[in-house]
Design a protein around this ligand. Sequence first.
Ligand SMILES: [Zn+2]
Length: 164
Amino acid sequence: MLLRRVCIACALFVASAEVAGACDTAGFKGLDGLRLHRPVPGPIASGFGMRQHPLLRIPKFHYGLDFAAARGDPVQATAKGRISFAGPKGEYGNLVMIEHGDGLASTYGHLSRIGVKEGDCVGPGAVIGPAGSTGMTAEVIVHLEVHVQGKHVDPAPVIDDTPR
Ligand SMILES: [Zn+2]
């Protein structure tokens, strides 16, 4: 009897650790009307498009947005979804990728540490790890990419600019 009660408590704990509905990700209908939660409060330090690479000093296409951050700032998920990658990846350093469903995905690079694991379901604003400078960057930044059907898009128009 005691064992059974322990198991019930265990199941309740597991259920409460998952964000309700976070992995129910169907329903994305493109960028129109989409608002993405800002990953960190800092300003956009580098935009999407061609730029002089700050370290390589050559023209290179920048496939995301760099948000200025302080080391350890909690980096937050832009929308609910399922973690599809969490680990070190080349110039991105410690990288987290979230699949939001229906072909929408977001990635977060240069984290100082990975705070989630593959398969986790997160809600909008969930902390995925602290900001850092791992990978190819000299500064503490959050490199955010948004992919639609596998193609990089400029997320700037759909990022929530509400100060917080
Ligand atoms: Zn970047």
